[in-house]
Design a protein around this ligand. Structure first.
Ligand SMILES: [Zn+2]
Length: 471
């Protein structure tokens, strides 16, 4: 792998995945089971809460560039790379990162419910966690909900596509095709345990005690299959959210013993890297030399809650309650994605050798600010790119990737930064953030254009650095 080119940050998920998760959130919500199963039952709800519209709207616009199957997304990336000015003689190695959006509406006030669920010892527990059955009695409500969310998704998708002016070379599906895709998700949802994905998953080791929402499970299976068909060039990362019941077990099955290569974290969806449930995951990662990639920019998908109750575990093991309040912290990104949040983990001798990739290198804004700083001027301690470089100097396995930077100044910025901080040449990695980056109109709907921006990147950023990060 040492000399092969690697895209250490891409995604092969799609709009169907997002739709399935939003549908699951909505269906659980109106029954009082979001994010965890509850015994409390109010009056049967027939009114769809307005928050669900907001969620559907936000998610549909975010995932609008992603309409194809994971196989097609993967094949498209390889085609574009071959066509690009990189002139590779071998296929690109891709690292598709999963995403877990199920908790983006979780305020954290039902944490106690979660603690109760794993005590149930039998198959009913799996059902409570995973299957929100649609019965004859509630089928009408479900159909109504599904149609409302679908009706929200389609126009948002169409508007996003035309607003961004994606060129016809990028497959923008029409209304009929998208509608058909979403209908398939609805059919699968109703099929419950009889659906293909669920049956396959039941055959694998994940049968009990792990909360598997439909979109998450489906995408996990798709990446398993893609990896199986392309073992040398697809190295998927499992999305880990500490609020998902049984997440340590899932990491053990899918990453330690399974086909997934590493772990992906996305804190701005509402948790800190110091969440107590992540400690067992870090322990597995250190023990088995597994890499972790964490979203680190001020952009991206954010939790939709104005306040979130969560927890943080300190180096000394003490667990403290933490409350996020949008009014005082501006945004979930600034609060949860700050690289300084990682000091408690990396300064813990148990985890100081964790292979950690700060995805996006703090984000384009922080990168350009640092790169354009006058020589001799003291670096701003609040600059995230500068903070990450500080961590690279202190910890031997800290890396960063420059994904989602479709800017033709970026190579100049990287050279400026390397001139001042030599270590960056050994720790920075190439990442595309395909398919998310396709939303950028500067690419004109062609991923080749992204590769071409980085033709003259330091070769080690494409090869040696990611190989070392991935172990
Ligand atoms: Zn990404």
């Amino acid at each position: 792998m040492q000399n092969r080119a690697i895209d250490v940050h891409c995604h092969f998920f799609n709009l169907s995945f997002a739709f399935a998760e939003v549908l699951e959130i909505g269906w659980r919500w109106i029954q009082g089971d979001y994010p965890y199963k509850s015994d409390k039952r109010g009056l049967p709800i027939v009114i769809i809460p307005p928050e669900l519209w907001k969620l559907a709207h936000y998610v549909a616009s975010y995932f609008a560039a992603a309409t194809e199957s994971p196989e097609e997304h993967y094949a498209y990336e390889e085609r574009c790379c071959l066509k690009s000015q990189w002139h590779l003689s071998e296929l690109l190695i891709t690292v598709p990162l999963m995403m877990d959006i199920f908790f983006m509406f979780d305020h954290g006030d039902t944490e106690a419910q979660k603690a109760v669920i794993p005590a149930l010892p039998d198959v009913r527990q799996r059902d409570a966690l995973n299957v929100m059955t649609i019965t004859e009695d509630n089928a009408n409500t479900f159909n109504k909900l599904a149609q409302i969310i679908k009706a929200e998704f389609i126009p948002v998708y169409e508007k996003s596509i035309s607003a961004r002016g994606l060129a016809p070379t990028w497959t923008a599906k029409n209304r009929t095709a998208i509608s058909r895709d979403l209908d398939l998700v609805i059919v699968d949802f109703k099929a419950g345990d009889a659906a293909e994905g669920v049956r396959t998953m039941a055959k694998s080791c994940t049968q009990t005690n792990v909360q598997m929402t439909r979109g998450y499970r489906q995408h996990l299976l798709e990446l398993q299959n893609l990896q199986r068909d392309n073992p040398g060039t697809v190295l998927p990362f499992l999305a880990v959210d500490p609020r998902r019941v049984g997440i340590e077990k899932l990491v053990r099955e899918q990453v330690v013993e399974g086909t997934f290569k590493g772990v992906k974290l996305y804190p701005p969806l509402g948790y800190l890297p110091t969440h107590p449930n992540l400690y067992p995951v870090y322990r597995l990662c250190v023990e088995h030399n597994l890499p972790v990639t964490v979203h680190t920019s001020t952009g991206g998908l954010l939790s939709l809650c104005d306040t979130i109750k969560t927890q943080s575990q300190k180096k000394n093991g003490k667990i403290v309650p933490v409350t996020f309040d949008k009014k005082t912290s501006q945004s979930a990104a600034l609060f949860f994605s700050n690289p300084a949040n990682w000091l408690e983990i990396l300064e813990n001798p148990e985890f100081s050798e964790l292979h950690l990739n700060f995805a996006h290198f703090g984000g384009e804004e922080h990168i350009s600010t640092l790169a354009n700083q006058k020589p001799g001027k003291l670096d701003d301690p609040k600059n995230w790119t500068g903070q990450i470089i500080g961590l690279m100097k202190r910890f031997k396995n800290v890396y960063a990737d420059i994904s989602y930077c479709p800017n033709n100044e970026m190579l100049k910025y990287i050279r400026n930064i390397v001139a001042r901080y030599k270590i960056v040449q050994k720790r920075l990695m190439f990442g595309s953030d395909y398919i998310m980056v396709m939303k950028e109109s500067t690419l004109c709907g062609n991923l080749d254009n992204y590769f071409n921006l980085y033709t003259d990147i330091y070769p080690e950023m494409l090869t040696v650095n990611p190989a070392a990060f991935l172990g």
